[in-house]
Write a protein that binds this ligand. Sequence first.
Ligand SMILES: Nc1ncnc2c1ncn2[C@@H]1O[C@H](COP(=O)(O)OP(=O)(O)OP(=O)(O)O)[C@@H](O)[C@H]1O
Ligand code: SF4
Ligand SMILES: [Mg+2]
Length: 327
Amino acid sequence: MLLEVRDLQVEFHTRDGVVKAVNGVSYSVDAGETLAVLGESGSGKSVTAQAIMGILDMPPGRITGGEVLFKEQDLLKLKEDRRRKIRGADMAMIFQDALSSLNPVLSVGAQLGEMFIVHRGMSRKDARAKSVELMDRVRIPAAKDRVNDYPHQFSGGMRQRIMIAMAMALEPSLIIADEPTTALDVTVQAQVMELLGELRRELDMGLILITHDLGVVADVADRIAVMYAGRIVESAPVHDIYKAPAHPYTRGLLDSIPRLDQKGRDLYAIKGLPPNLQRIPAGCAFNPRCPRARDICRTDVPPLFEVDENRHSACFFWRETLDDVDD
Ligand SMILES: Nc1ncnc2c1ncn2[C@@H]1O[C@H](COP(=O)(O)OP(=O)(O)OP(=O)(O)O)[C@@H](O)[C@H]1O
Ligand code: SF4
Ligand SMILES: [Mg+2]
C-alpha cells in the first residue's frame, strides 16, 4: 500500500475550547489509484490532508493519535528535514486557489525551475527547459513563449494547470488535490480533472481527490471515502456506492445531487447542519440528522462495520440502508 492512514486524530486548541477536527480517520491509497474524499464543509477533509502532508498549523493544531504510513514508514515519527524532502519530491499537494499558492512576483518558469534546481541540482538553463516541457505536458498553449509570464497573466484554468505541473514536476508517488477545480467554471473543471486523471495514469501515481462534489468523482475515482464530523462513515469502490450506499449520510449526499438518469425528480437536502466540533453529539454523530436513527444511535458510537472485503460503513443499520435502495 502506498499510503495508509490509521486512526488519525487531530485537535485544535483555540481560545473557545478544543475543536475535534479529525476523530480516528483511516483510509488508504495504492499506486495508480484515485481515492475521492467526500463530505460537507468542516468534516475534516483538509485537516486530514494537511496532517498527511505535514503542513498542519501546529499550534493551534495537534496530532493526538494515529499513524500516517507512506511506503510503510510512519511520517509522523520523522524529523522535519526528512519530511520536507519527501514533501515536494515524493508527495505533493494541489490547492483550490492557485493564485494564492503561486508566488506573484516570480515568473511561472522560475517557480517551476526552482523545483529542479533545489531538488535535482540542475543548472538554471536546464531547469528552464524542463519548465517548458512541463508546461507542454499540462497543455499550456505556447509554453515556450509563456514561460516568463507571471501567474496573474494566466487564466484560472491555466493557473490550475501550472499548479498541477508544480505538483508533478518531480514525479511524486502521491498527489493530494484539495478541491482542485472548485474555483473554476464547469467546462474548465472537466478539462482540469481529465488532465489530472491522465497524468495519474501515466505516472502510476496515487491520487487523493478531496471534493464535496459527488458529481465529479463518478468518472475519476476508484474508491470513495465519505467523511462526517472528522470520521470516515463509509468507504467503498465508487460503483458500489453509486449503486447502493450503505450509510444514510452517503445516501443523503447522493440524493442531493442532480442526476441525468433521474431527471424531473425533486432534489433532496439533508436536513440540519453538521455538528459543532466542540460538541459532537453522543452516539453516532449523524443521529440528529438521520432519518433512520433509533435509540442505540444516540448512545453508542457505531464502529466501521465490514459490508464486504472492500467496503465499510459506520452505521448500525447498514444492511437496512443497503436494502432500501429500490424503495
Ligand atoms: N487552524 C485552525 N484553527 C482552528 N480550527 C481549525 C483550523 N483549521 C481547521 N479548523 C477546523 O477544523 C475543522 C475541519 O476543517 P477542514 O478544513 O478539514 O474541513 P473541510 O472538510 O476541508 O471543509 P471544506 O469543505 O470547507 O474545505 C473545521 O471545524 C475547522 O474550523
Ligand atoms: S448509526 Fe444510526 S444515526 Fe448513525 S447513520 Fe446509522 S442509523 Fe443513522
Ligand atoms: Mg477543505
